[in-house]
Design a protein around this ligand. Structure first.
Ligand code: PLP
Length: 402
């Protein structure tokens, strides 16, 4: 039917529109190490249903009106308290905007700040969703070298100076400082202080993405970057996706007023779901802390299963991270190996999904010898099986010797 339509939109697209995208959703493997899903069996369905029922009984009629543009006020109150308690971030509920996941706040920040060609600095491999947003606004995305402690301060300093030397505007530094996606490391306190110092020195703000902060399986918490700054140079986003479920689509941002005001203007009249916010608010106030402890026990076992299985099957042929939390292990094979080229064949042959490094590379091509392996979705037994199958498939592809 669609084929026979003759109307053409050619010539109507906005001059700064992004590359069009097909709607096809990629195949998922039985051993799905490709996407950062939390444990599916632990989504607290019964408690969410009860929370929603209670909330609808109390305030369900409010669904008939368009709610507060910043998001459901009691949920913003909860978020403000959680950020103060867990991250030493002290803001009022009016300094918070709730979004459709944290992806929407990230989008709003990119749209508020980025003109085509502006430089945005990120870690050398970084969350692909943010890279897509930045590409959508035609940013000049530059990866900054990292080690296991986070971005290298000297590399960050020179990247800012180099871009400025080229006459470029440097709009912000994007970082995922805890259980970094995809590399798994956590930025040390020292590095955080250095990043804040450089941000203030150069007048380049930081966007701190704390998506995985609650998923800690061992080690000690590290202060938020936001709490180390008293000048307003840090914007902050968080999410309920990995601690309740991505399908709830709720996240949030806080930032200085001028950024919040611009983000609101960019967001227009769209609002995060009031319906979901009611459920999440009622659920979170009573049960979220206990739930986080539970899922962390489950996911710690999965992390351990993946790290052990990699040791058994990859031996000294590769290196991999052992993250203290979050949802992924970063696998590195020898330089000449191309895990991107064999990815689809491995999925067909072994039913194992993973994402190759270039998806996370600002230049879109680096890191072919790397892969992100998510351990949140499958059971520990499946993780053992899946990693063995992955190693087998790599052997068959000639990139791993048996
Ligand atoms: C680092 C990071 N930030 C943000 C997001 C977006 O999550 P959501 O929009 O579901 O809150 C993700 C999702 O995987 C992520 O890994």
């Amino acid at each position: 039917m669609a084929e026979s339509r003759s109307f053409s939109y050619k010539g109507l697209f906005a001059s700064n529109s992004p590359e069009p995208r097909e709607g096809a959703i990629g195949k998922r493997g039985k051993y799905d190490f490709a996407v950062a899903y939390p444990d599916p069996k632990s989504v607290p369905l019964d408690d969410i249903v009860d929370a929603l029922k209670g909330a609808l009984r109390e305030e369900g009629e409010d669904l008939a009106i368009y709610g507060n543009q910043n998001g459901y006020p009691p949920l913003r109150e909860f978020i403000a308290q959680k950020m103060a308690k867990d991250r030493d971030i002290h803001v009022t509920p009016d300094d918070i905007i709730i979004g459709d996941g944290s992806g929407q706040p990230i989008h709003m920040i990119c749209e508020s700040l980025v003109d085509p060609g502006d430089v945005v600095l990120t870690e050398d491999f970084v969350y692909s969703g943010t890279l897509s947003q930045l590409r959508r606004f035609h940013a000049d995305i530059r990866g900054v070298a990292c080690d296991q402690d986070g971005m290298l301060p000297d590399a960050l300093d020179s990247a800012i100076q180099r871009a400025r030397g080229e006459g470029k505007a440097v709009k912000f530094i994007y970082t995922i400082p805890i259980f970094q996606n995809p590399q798994g490391w956590t930025m040390t306190l020292e590095r955080r202080k250095e990043m804040v110092r450089l941000s203030q020195k150069h007048g380049v703000p930081i966007l701190e993405d704390d998506c995985y902060v609650d998923l800690r399986y061992d080690g000690e918490p590290v202060a938020s970057i936001h709490s180390l700054d008293d000048t307003g140079s840090v914007m902050y986003v968080g999410s309920f996706s990995k601690i309740i479920a991505p399908g709830m689509r709720l996240g949030y941002m806080t930032a200085p007023k001028e950024i919040l005001n611009m983000a609101r203007a960019v967001k227009g009249t769209s609002m995060a779901s009031h319906f979901t916010s009611l459920a999440v608010h009622r659920y979170a106030t009573g049960s979220l802390e206990g739930h986080i402890d539970e899922i962390n026990d489950i996911q710690r076992a999965k992390r351990d299963a993946m790290v052990a299985a990699l040791g058994e099957n990859f031996g000294s042929s590769a290196t991999w991270s052992r993250p203290q939390g979050g949802l992924f292990v970063w696998l590195q094979m020898p330089e000449e190996v191309d895990l991107q080229a064999i990815r689809d064949r491995v999925l067909d042959r072994a039913d194992v999904g993973y994402q190759a490094g270039p998806l996370f590379a600002p230049d879109g091509v680096s890191g072919k010898n790397c892969a992100r392996l998510c351990f949140g979705y499958n059971t520990p037994e499946e993780i053992h099986e899946g990693i063995a199958k992955l190693a087998n498939a790599f052997e068959e592809e000639g990139v791993l010797s048996g």
